[in-house]
Ligand binder design. Sequence first.
Ligand SMILES: Cc1cc2nc3c(=O)[nH]c(=O)nc-3n(C[C@H](O)[C@H](O)[C@H](O)COP(=O)(O)OP(=O)(O)OC[C@H]3O[C@@H](n4cnc5c(N)ncnc54)[C@H](O)[C@@H]3O)c2cc1C
Ligand code: FES
Length: 272
Amino acid sequence: MIETVATAESNRELAEGYLLLTVDLNDDVQVGAGQFAMVKPLASFEPVLRRALAVYRVHGPRRVSFLYQVIGSGTSALARLGRGDKVEALLPLGNSWTIDDQVSRAIVVAGGIGSASVLMLCERLASSRVETRILLGAASERVAVGCGLEDFRALGLPLVLTTDDGSLGEKGLITTPLERELRERGGRAATIYACGPWAMMKRVAEIAEQFNTRCMVSLEAPMGCGFGVCVGCVVAVKTDKPLGYRSYKRVCTDGSIFPAEAIRWEVNAMTH
Ligand SMILES: Cc1cc2nc3c(=O)[nH]c(=O)nc-3n(C[C@H](O)[C@H](O)[C@H](O)COP(=O)(O)OP(=O)(O)OC[C@H]3O[C@@H](n4cnc5c(N)ncnc54)[C@H](O)[C@@H]3O)c2cc1C
Ligand code: FES
């Protein structure tokens, strides 16, 4: 992990409210697929805390990009960055997606801006022998474009798209084609990798359990520090120990990627 000042190379709007920020770093970094950074504009007082963004793409040891949705003060401040502006960055953080020997068939499920966490995973799967299908869900065509649709299409992997309003792909939720695929082809031999809104991942975890399918999820939680100190990002996990400190994991250092069956989805629903 390094704490560095990066320089914005570009900050391009892919669709209204969705931008791709590419930065040049002062130091070499090695980033695994699914790892994230804590970032904020150097010149900006507001917000005080950096915001968590997945590393979307690595272009070399000193150039990375982030794909982000403008939500509140932190991402709005990032959206104002221009070429040459300085960015505070702490990276790489968290664990990575793993493609181990057990993975012969992969189903990558991304909901909305959750896509940012899985593009590098898909790149790795595309250059492996793993049979891969990408399922991308978005609210609308605009959101799908903002969430990097063209980058996923460019990988040449089979891709199923759903939108809530039916403006592109199938109308409905992305969990529908997931369920359909597992029903038609069985789930035991597959591995699901998922990132998206809490409700989507909760449903993906239920479907994975129903079809006996291995499932990894990358969780989002509000983050203060990003490196394990503030305990602001904890999620409740299953344990046979009495309820207490060990019933929780820090998303920033124990994750952000967890086995889906480890999470107490019903508890965390209260905080997300
Ligand atoms: C490990 C990790 C990786 C992430 N990667 C990405 C990424 O690659 N791209 C990206 O766009 N975002 C990503 N996020 C989410 C991102 O960190 C938040 O959207 C961001 O912190 C919002 O900051 P803000 O200051 O703009 O909004 P805030 O001022 O913090 O929030 C404004 C309002 O929006 C609500 N809010 C905050 N976050 C979300 C959210 N995610 N969804 C819905 N409502 C929200 C808050 O409750 C508040 O009401 C990631 C989060 C984590 C933990
Ligand atoms: S964000 Fe501070 S402990 Fe996880």
